[in-house]
Design a protein around this ligand. Structure first.
Ligand code: CMP
Length: 140
């Protein structure tokens, strides 16, 4: 199995409730290494650009409003099968469907305010990482 990188976002519902440390501990506990991290407030243009693939979805406008409603923490996670491992520790998109012990089961408020984002493939991970980070900001 290869060492991979994936993009993670701790969303505004989680930063608002001071859950950054708890979520980071869950990520690290799953064997993922945080090799880059920054806290920022997304602009509307950044949110729309990042979620471009969802532009036609009915929830797109609300999603962009939510993602700009407070600070986020964007991070690069590294480890064996990091994309799949992160998706496993995040749990299902809808917290009602998320397994026990997952971040979304423990932290998420709703399908929109679901505490974390994680890349869904290694191809998208590369694009999403490049959206936020220069290579020299990632220290493995
Ligand atoms: P995320 O993994 O960040 O990718 C797209 C986001 O859209 C998703 O998590 C949810 O927070 C949000 N979203 C809001 N409504 C829905 C929905 N009905 N189905 C899927 N995602 C939704």
């Amino acid at each position: 199995m290869a060492i991979e990188r994936t993009l993670s976002i701790i969303k505004p519902d989680a930063t608002r409730r001071n859950l950054t440390g708890k979520i980071n501990a869950m990520l690290e506990g799953a064997g993922l290494r945080i090799v880059a991290q920054k806290r920022l407030r997304l602009t509307r243009a950044q949110a729309e650009g990042f979620y471009d693939v969802h532009a036609e979805r009915p929830f797109f406008n609300d999603l962009c409003t939510f993602m700009t409603s407070g600070p986020v923490v964007v991070q690069v996670l590294e480890g064996e099968s990091a994309v799949a491992k992160n998706r496993e520790v995040m749990g299902a998109t809808n917290p009602a469907d998320a397994a026990e012990g997952t971040i979304r089961k423990e932290c998420a408020e709703s399908i929109e305010a679901n505490s974390v984002h994680g890349s869904d493939s290694s191809e998208n991970a590369a694009k999403e990482i490049a959206f936020f980070f220069a290579e020299e900001e990632i220290v493995g």
